[in-house]
Design a protein around this ligand. Structure first.
Ligand code: NDP
Length: 283
């Protein structure tokens, strides 16, 4: 109990000492958000629009992107454009960054958030699917980050990586390929964070650890399987934007994902118990 209490105190201390978020800092900011046709990415697009940012959004479904862009314009975005792209392709991630760099004249924020669709259930031995998902959920993130890095460096910009409680120490059953891609993200961008800090780069990296969020994808695929509470996508989106704008290295949303991530260090048995018992059935 003492240990849990001290961890909570540390967490709150870090949160309270974080610099205050200044919404004005996002007025005119040049932002690229991926996976923005639905879910958390769509909500991020609306928040950035309300803050008066210049945004480029991307995903595969052109018609839906068109509608999101239209709404962003009415909400106050200084610029709102879309580019349709499939991140499971090896060439499209760079093209998306090039589009944003050209249309916006540079980037202040790259928010990488998309995920490819994966089955929920016992692993079925499909290695080809893991390769495909690695391109969609991991390699594309790395490709986009590299392409945007010079511009972010010049503009004292930020790279925001949307990951999951499944990307840190925690592992979760029935979505093994997805978990693998999120662990890869945390490992890669966690290392890059050190490299950039050590060379005193202008670029900040924010790795976002999210718990269950009430997007349609999450609710349809895992909502009925688990008793874990789902948090609102619009609030998750705002927390991601705030953490990026205040250049926080990490975001934990909701707060208890912090606890879950460090719990495994204390007791594997307790973590296993909690994780395995949060599922109502085996899909
Ligand atoms: P959604 O499924 O709602 O959105 C995914 C987005 O990615 C959509 O815009 C989709 O658009 C796009 N996308 C899917 N496949 C591709 C592809 N091959 N190429 C390009 N874009 C693609 O996801 P969420 O909003 O729920 O999740 C967003 C992020 O939050 C993810 O990184 C996820 O891992 C993370 N997260 C979510 C949690 C949750 O409970 N919701 C929990 C923990 C982390 P389109 O179909 O048009 O391409």
């Amino acid at each position: 109990k003492i240990l849990v209490a001290s961890v909570c105190v540390c967490f709150l201390a870090v949160k309270w000492t974080a610099p205050a978020f200044d919404a004005e800092s996002l007025r005119g900011a040049r932002v690229l958000v991926t996976g923005a046709s639905s879910g958390i990415g769509e909500q991020m697009a609306y928040h950035y629009a309300r803050f008066g940012a210049k945004i480029v959004i991307t995903a595969r479904r052109e018609k839906v992107l068109e509608q999101v862009v239209e709404k962003c314009r009415t909400l106050g975005a200084q610029v709102a454009l879309y580019v349709a792209a499939d991140m499971s392709s090896e060439s499209e991630p760079q093209k998306v960054v090039d589009f944003a760099l050209e249309k916006l004249g540079g980037l202040d924020y790259l928010v990488v958030n998309h995920i490819g669709l994966t089955r929920v259930g016992m692993w079925d031995g499909n290695v080809q699917h893991i390769r495909w998902l690695m391109q969609a959920n991991f390699f594309s993130y790395v490709q986009m980050a590299w392409r945007a890095l010079d511009s972010l460096e010049r503009n004292k910009g930020s790279l925001i990586i949307v990951s999951s409680v499944a990307g840190g120490l925690a592992t979760i059953p029935f979505v093994a390929p997805y978990i693998a891609t999120k662990h890869a993200l945390n490992g890669f961008f966690g290392s890059l964070y050190h490299e950039l800090s050590m060379k005193k780069s202008n670029v900040s990296i924010t790795i976002c650890t999210l718990g269950l969020i009430d997007t349609q994808t999450a609710m349809v695929n895992v909502g009925h399987l688990t008793s874990i509470p789902a948090y609102p996508a619009t609030d998750a989106a705002l927390n991601i934007i705030t953490a990026g704008a205040t250049r926080q290295p990490e975001l934990y949303y909701p707060w208890f994902t912090f606890l879950v991530n460090i719990m495994k260090d204390w007791s594997t048995t307790a973590t296993d118990y909690v994780l395995q018992n949060s599922f109502k059935e085996i899909p």
